[in-house]
Design a protein around this ligand. Structure first.
Ligand code: AMP
Ligand code: MG
Length: 413
């Protein structure tokens, strides 16, 4: 990457990237796997809910006329001629002057037009003494009172949460068409990298980016695959990309995109027509590669290798794309305004993302910078819960001034 490399603003790069994102086709998933996704079909109610009249209380199914005069000082005593439990399938009927004991959810016996809850009675088994009158329809769940045949149960674009899962089950759907989770493949590049758990020799470091980016992608709603580490070798990188493209809706590499002599990702991919390696006016995360590769025009992000640069780049450029693929309406996190507790400096002409600790008290939000601007400071990153965003034109923000903050811990949303 030379100083002749084009430079663009964060907004320009975001727009360019999002312009290349096409959501995957809807797929049918088992009900529980659909949780958290957007419904991609209009699901109709096929049977009225409830489909039969039933009692909403434990009590006695009666004819309302028979208990019209019941009162504390004038109990009406009726013989109990049967029992209806929930799930009971024997047809029962209630004639004048008698009643049937009924449980919540039990089908209403023919002839009965009201339920007297057990609380209004002496709870009798052979005969019951009723001390309150009940009007017609009392404690009866009517056919179709919840939903009628042909009603829309779940519309296209509805997020499927627990209640929607319940409703879909209630209308008999074992599977439902949804906007799928995009499959995100993460590849780490760098000859210095070793797999986690393998002791690094002098000069080697553990690959943390592929875990971190996979976790970030999953947090954004993707299904993630860690493809592992590729050394700084053009052939091996291309082989790895080739092998992984088939299962990726988004491919992310980290490392190898800056100005070093062995920045293989840039060297290997710049010759592919749609891939661009640019400078984005931000700190960290200035070198960025993006384009599409393969038969399906899979978006490929080549993020810088420093852990903080990688995660900030993901946050700014990849997370909105994953949300777009999921069909979410809101692509970007909500920012909050917070008072800066300690002054910071920022490079002119670049948007700075500083790690911070956001805190809320009675007076509102305040934020303290965590560590310095160094993009290798992973431990500091892990202590932070937000990014402090300092605009391109601003070079200094004194303590006490308001700043824009991107809270990081609130996933989903
Ligand atoms: P690069 O972008 O390849 O020039 O790497 C920049 C810095 O990030 C170097 O110090 C790398 O060792 C480090 N780095 C690159 N990839 C990873 C990774 N996967 N995990 C942790 N650190 C990395
Ligand atoms: Mg490298």
């Amino acid at each position: 990457m030379t100083s002749a490399t084009p430079i663009r603003t964060v907004e320009e790069h975001v727009q360019l990237v999002l312009g290349r994102i096409a959501p995957p086709e809807p797929i049918e998933l088992a009900l529980l796997d659909a949780q958290g996704l957007l419904c991609a079909e209009e699901v109709l109610v096929t049977e009225p809910m409830p489909s039969f009249a039933n009692s909403s209380m434990d009590g006695y199914a009666v004819r309302a006329l028979d208990v019209a005069d019941a009162a504390e000082d004038n109990p009406v005593v009726l013989p109990v001629v049967g029992d209806v439990a929930a799930g009971s399938r024997t047809a029962q009927s209630v004639a004048h002057g008698v009643c049937v004991r009924i449980m919540t959810g039990g089908p209403m016996p023919s002839g009965a037009d009201a339920v007297v809850p057990v609380e209004w009675t002496d709870g009798g088994v052979a005969r019951v003494s009723i001390t309150r009158s009940a009007t017609k329809g009392n404690y009866i769940r009517r056919i179709g009172e919840d939903a009628r045949t042909g009603d829309v149960a779940v519309t296209v674009g509805t997020p499927i949460g627990p209640a929607q899962v319940g409703l879909l089950a209630a209308v008999g759907r074992e599977r439902v068409l949804v906007r799928p989770r995009p499959r995100v493949v993460v590849i780490s590049t760098g000859s210095e990298l070793v797999e986690v758990g393998q002791p690094p020799a002098y000069g080697q470091i553990t690959d943390s980016n592929s875990y971190m980016l996979a976790a970030a992608a999953r947090d954004a709603g993707a299904e993630v695959y860690r493809a592992g580490i590729v050394p700084d070798d053009k052939r091996r990188l291309l082989d790895m990309l080739q092998a992984q493209l088939g299962r990726a809706d988004i491919l992310i590499t980290s490392g190898g995109v800056s100005m070093g002599a062995f920045d293989v990702v840039k060297e290997a991919l710049r010759e592919f027509g749609t891939m661009e390696f640019v400078r984005v006016a931000m700190q960290p995360g200035m070198p960025q590669g993006f384009g599409t590769l393969g038969d399906r025009d899979t978006p490929v992000y080549c993020l810088p290798g420093n852990p903080v640069s990688s995660l900030v780049s993901f946050e700014v450029f990849v997370r909105p794309a994953i949300r777009m693929m999921l069909g979410k309406r809101r692509l970007f996190r909500r920012t909050v305004a917070a008072v800066l507790s300690q002054g910071i400096e920022s490079p002119a002409g670049r948007r700075q993302y500083r790690r911070g600790l956001l805190h809320r008290d009675e007076d509102g939000y305040s934020v303290a910078p965590v560590g310095g601007p160094g993009s290798h400071l992973l431990a500091n990153l892990a202590q932070a819960n937000c990014l402090i965003v300092v605009d391109e034109a601003v070079t200094e923000v004194p303590a006490g001034e308001p700043v824009t903050v991107l809270p990081l811990l609130l996933s989903g949303g």
